[in-house]
Write a protein that binds this ligand. Structure first.
Ligand code: FO1
Length: 316
């Protein structure tokens, strides 16, 4: 039995680590959001791919969730001396990833092939697959103008109020071939949507027509994990964005957001009172602990999802 996971951001990588601890890597594939990617200091940077790669390689910085453990920032310090751009913190080892990815892309390799090569070098077993090999970029329409994603998320610390999100390029971007394979594998048991920020990390993946088509073609349940627990996001600006978009920040609002795409939703025990309202939408509910504080809780959540998928009977 295999699982294909849609993931973006730090929260998503935590659940992927739980699946990695629970199931052999051959049985799990991850489709990563690439709409956070940008060219910075002349380098092609793919943050959500790198967070997954470093997490699965066991070298991710556990405090931030991004970048590499025990990193040095000599290049950033020297760049600062030169009045270069240091707002996006790139560690010396992390820079090697961006330098090598940029070189391989400039030689004409696809992002999928580059990612596979980097994962092989870091001995990451679980396939990490970009949602597309084409350029898609999240642009954040705020009350302070239209911002590129990292400008909004990092430089502006996600402070400007979000009015609209546009995934530029998604209307023509093709699903990566290996991403399509991962969604249509014979052995597939379920597609899992991680508790990433739906607006910033998951919707860009779902904005690719080929992804939506493959999800429709695949006959397996699509199960999401709510990123909102007790009305709050565990990390990042999910609740803030929901409020700015005029939505209540609740697991029920998450169910409504994914309605039509998902068959099941995993909600935290804190939100068990919402179960019947969510089931009324025709979405099956699994109530579990969804707060991942250590490897055990990540693995337990992955186990709760595989049990949910195994006993899945779509709502009558
Ligand atoms: N996030 C920050 O808040 N500050 C940073 O300086 C920063 C640097 C960085 C470098 C490499 C990388 O792969 C990710 C980095 N991130 C940083 C996180 C990144 O903005 C987010 O992980 C995703 O783009 C959104 O999930």
């Amino acid at each position: 039995m295999s699982y294909t996971i849609l993931s973006g951001g730090v929260g998503g990588a935590k659940l992927v680590a739980g699946f990695d601890a629970l199931i052999s890597s051959a049985e799990v594939r991850v489709i990563a959001n690439t709409a956070d990617d940008f060219v910075h200091l002349g380098l092609n940077i793919s943050p959500d791919i790198d967070t997954l790669m470093y997490t699965l390689a066991g070298i991710a910085n556990p405090q931030t969730g991004w970048g590499i453990l025990d990193e040095t920032f000599s290049c950033m310090s020297a760049l600062d001396e030169l009045d270069g751009a240091t707002w996006f913190r790139l560690g010396d080892k992390d820079l090697a990833t961006h330098l090598h990815r940029t070189t391989m892309l400039q030689k004409g390799n696809s992002l999928s092939d580059v990612t596979a090569a980097l994962c092989a070098a870091l001995e990451v077993q679980m396939p990490i697959i970009p949602m597309t090999n084409d350029l898609v970029a999240t642009r954040v329409h705020t009350d302070d103008g239209v911002l590129d994603f990292q400008d909004y998320f990092v430089r502006r610390q996600a402070q400007p109020a979000v009015k609209r999100l546009v995934y530029a390029g998604s209307d023509t971007a093709a699903i990566a071939p290996t991403a399509r394979d991962a969604l249509l594998r014979d052995s597939l048991k379920a597609v899992v949507i991680t508790p990433s920020n739906p607006y910033l990390s998951i919707d860009p993946i779902l904005s690719i027509a080929g992804i939506r088509e493959a999800l429709r073609e695949s006959k397996v349940p699509v199960i999401a994990v709510s990123p909102i627990v007790g009305g709050q996001a565990l990390k990042g600006p999910t609740a803030k964005i929901m409020n700015e978009l005029g939505l209540e920040s609740s697991a029920l609002a998450i169910a409504k957001h994914y309605h039509g795409t998902i068959d099941g939703l995993v909600i935290d025990t804190t939100d068990s009172a919402l179960q019947s309202s969510i089931e009324a939408l025709g979405i099956k509910v699994c109530v579990s602990n969804t707060v991942m504080t250590d490897l055990i809780s990540k693995k337990d959540l992955a186990a709760a999802i595989t049990d949910f998928a195994a006993n899945f009977e779509p709502n009558a």
